[in-house]
Structures are given as C-alpha cells and as structure tokens.
Ligand binder design. Structure first.
Ligand code: GCU
Length: 408
C-alpha cells in the first residue's frame, strides 16, 4: 500500500521515523495576510494574531472577564521543612461564583531570603499532599483520577498518596537555591475528565455552544494566572519573577499560560509533547487525532476538525513556544518518552529562533539535535535526558541553572 506523506495505516500514533513524511511549517514571521514581520512592533501585532489563532483553533478562547478573587490564608507556619521554609496554604475563592470550589495553593518560601524571591509556579497532578511528605498538609477532597498505585480510590485521594510525587518536587533543593515553590492541584480548576468542566470554572465562563469555547488546558492555564494574581500580593515573593512550569498535560497548560500572560517571566515545558511543545505536523508519537480522541475535553471543538488534516491548521506548536519570546524558555524531553516526540519538541524549540533574533537574542542557537543528557541553548534551552516520562532531579538541575542565569 502506498501512502501519501504524513499518512499511515494507523493514523492514531507513529513510532516509525521513516513514516513521518514531509511537512511544511507555518512561518511565525508571516502574518495571515502574508505580510513579513521584520521588527518587534510588527511582531507584537503578529503575536496578538497568533494568540487569537491558537484560541480559535486549538485551546479555545480564554474569557477576558475580570473575576473577583478572595485570597484566604488557611494556614501559615514559619517552621516548615525543619526550619528551612515559611509555608503558606492559601485558598483562592471566586467571589461571584460561590458554587465553585476554591483553588488551594501551597507555597514554600525560603526563610533565609532577605529580599523577595523568584518563584516556580506549577500545577500538580494529584493534590498538594502528593508533592511533599509533610504530614500536616490536608488531603485533597476533590475528584482525583485513578492514578498510579494507591494515589486515589473511587476518585478520592487516599492517605497513601502523601508524598507520592515528592520526588518530582525537590522543594528543599529549590528553596536552598533561593527560590520559592507554589503549586495547586490542577483538578481544583477543572477535574480532568470529559464532564469535569461542569464543576469547574468553565461551568460559569465561556460558551459551550461555540467551536472555539475553551477547553480544560485553557482553564488550567487561566488558573495559573489566577494563582499568579495571588502570588503578586505576597511581599516575600518577587512578582516580576514567577516562572511557569509544568509537566506533560500540565506543561501544555504552562506554555499556554506563559504565552497569554506576560507576567510569567519564563516558561519551562517538561515533556509537554503533543498539543504542547511538539510540532503537530510531525507525524510521530502521539498525534492530533489521537489526543483529540483520548482527551476530547482538553482542546476546543474546532481542534477536532483538524484531526485528519493537520496540515490545514493555521498554526503549529513552534509558534506557541515563540509567544514566550523574548522571555526565557526551556523545552525538555526524555529519551524513553517517545510518545511526546523528543525530536518534535526539539524542533519546536529550534523554530522559535527567528522570533528571539528579532529581539536581538539568541534562542536555542542550534539546529542540531543534541545527544542525550547534553543541554543546549541560550535564551531558549533544550535537553533530552535519559529515562522515562517524568520529572527528575536532572531536569530540576537544568531548570535551576537556567533560572540562575536568566531569571535573576
Ligand atoms: C497522555 C497524553 C499526553 C500527556 C500525558 C500526561 O500520555 O497522551 O498528551 O502529555 O498523558 O499528561 O502525562
């Protein structure tokens, strides 16, 4: 059977480099009217156009309403982690929507700091009680996916979930380097299942009848901005230095948050894969069709119309990454995480170069796919570490180095 390039027998996913086929990427510096972008002012207009195109075709439109928030401190201790940290738990309530549950934010601030500190803000997969072994963090009572091991039972967190993902959150290491950590359960914003929107922010904002109504990724990204609203009120934190970080589906949200909200000083996308940092047109690993089938609630409905005609998408993911420019951007892959398409993630990062150059910055500065465990780049950085789909100490070592160099 002969097949057109980019097509294969099982279109849902592909692990065969030879079947990737040819593709042509849209040019970030060419407007939809065919005008060439040659300077920063032109790019700022093109940037707005691209945000609109991603909203209309991929993630759905983020409602622009001002939502009244109330920040309620639930608990504070200045003796967390054996005296290393001030720890705060703050609930973000939606004043005009009392039916919505709050976003419960957990913040660790290094006690040793003598001035406001930069922050890593990232949502977590299984509740704040998962990211730390500290036993006095209340167990999340929200809907929980049936995760690995005993993380939840009947969609509720179990005691066994405590610290389950602490390995992915080396909080003490981060604090000792002079950064704060802020996190919240992504399910506080919207539970991650097709009906989850009914109990989250999308039940009150947006328009479900529209093909460009926002999806769950859009909601999680919006939630990150609301957490940034709160963080900006904390005198111990440097509101100009909030890094948006996320892994996998939460990494997709971290990029979209950083793309729309320039308050995020940098974006770190850990194995964000399809619909995140990996090129959609590169037919490798997960595909647009597959992600739309497995996770119909993540993107807007119009995105589904591109499942079998990815080449017709007016954008590709390198343009999403380019929306972070001129701010620092880190794209990371893992060698055994072929599902996320490491090469497609590398190319996504590399293709932001012309936009960074407009600002007189070097982005990745290379088009050569690096060897495993060989970080590369300048304002844009990339690595493919050895191992599986995960967040490891190796990843954090690179992110801390990156932040030390570019976000201080
Ligand atoms: C699935 C999904 C990916 C996603 C990942 C994750 O594998 O297909 O797109 O990134 O879950 O969130 O871990």
């Amino acid at each position: 059977v002969s097949m057109a390039s980019g097509q294969q027998a099982d279109p849902a996913y592909n692990y065969d480099e030879a079947s990737v086929g040819a593709y042509t990427l849209p040019d970030p510096l060419l407007t939809s009217k065919g005008k060439r972008v040659t300077n920063v002012a032109d790019w700022e207009r093109r940037r707005a156009e691209l945000i609109q195109l991603f909203a209309e075709n991929v993630y759905g439109k983020t409602p622009q309403q001002n939502v009244k928030l109330r920040f309620q401190t639930v608990q504070t201790t200045d003796n967390a982690l054996n005296g290393l940290a001030i720890r705060k738990q703050v609930s973000i309530f939606f004043v005009d929507y009392p039916q919505l549950p709050p976003i419960d934010v957990l913040v660790y601030i290094p006690k040793a700091a003598n001035k406001p500190v930069p922050v890593f803000l990232g949502l977590n997969f299984c509740g704040n009680h998962c990211v730390t072994t500290e036993a006095d963090i209340p167990l999340s009572t929200r809907w929980m996916g049936d995760g690995p091991g005993d993380v939840s039972q009947n969609n509720k967190a179990t005691q066994k979930a405590r610290g389950m993902q602490a390995r992915r959150w080396p909080i003490e290491t981060i604090l000792k380097r002079g950064y704060a950590v802020a996190t919240a359960y992504y399910g506080d914003i919207e539970p991650d299942h097709p009906q989850g929107w009914r109990s989250g922010i999308r039940s009150v904002l947006g328009d479900t009848s529209r093909a460009d109504n926002w999806g769950a990724i859009g909601a999680w990204a919006w939630g990150m901005s609301r957490i940034a609203d709160y963080l900006a009120t904390e005198p111990a934190l440097d509101a100009q230095r909030i890094n948006s970080i996320g892994h996998s589906r939460i990494g997709k949200a971290a990029i979209w948050a950083g793309a729309q909200d320039k308050r995020f000083v940098a974006v770190i996308a850990n194995e964000a894969g399809e619909g995140g940092s990996a090129l959609a047109r590169r037919w490798y690993g997960e595909t647009v069709e597959r992600i739309n089938t497995s996770f119909p609630h993540w993107f807007c409905d119009r995105y589904k119309t591109f499942s079998k005609r990815v080449a017709d998408l007016p954008v590709d993911q390198h343009e999403l990454l380019a929306l972070v420019a001129p701010r620092p951007l880190y794209v990371a892959s893992a060698e055994e995480d072929q599902w996320s398409d490491p090469k497609g993630e590398f190319l996504g990062a590399a293709q932001t170069e012309p936009v960074y150059r407009l600002y007189g910055k070097i982005g990745l500065g290379t088009t050569t796919f690096p060897a495993v465990n060989q970080p590369v780049g300048h304002t844009v950085r990339y690595h493919m570490r050895s191992g599986k789909h995960d967040v490891t100490d190796y990843d954090w070592a690179q992110y801390l180095r990156f932040a030390d160099a570019l976000v201080r």
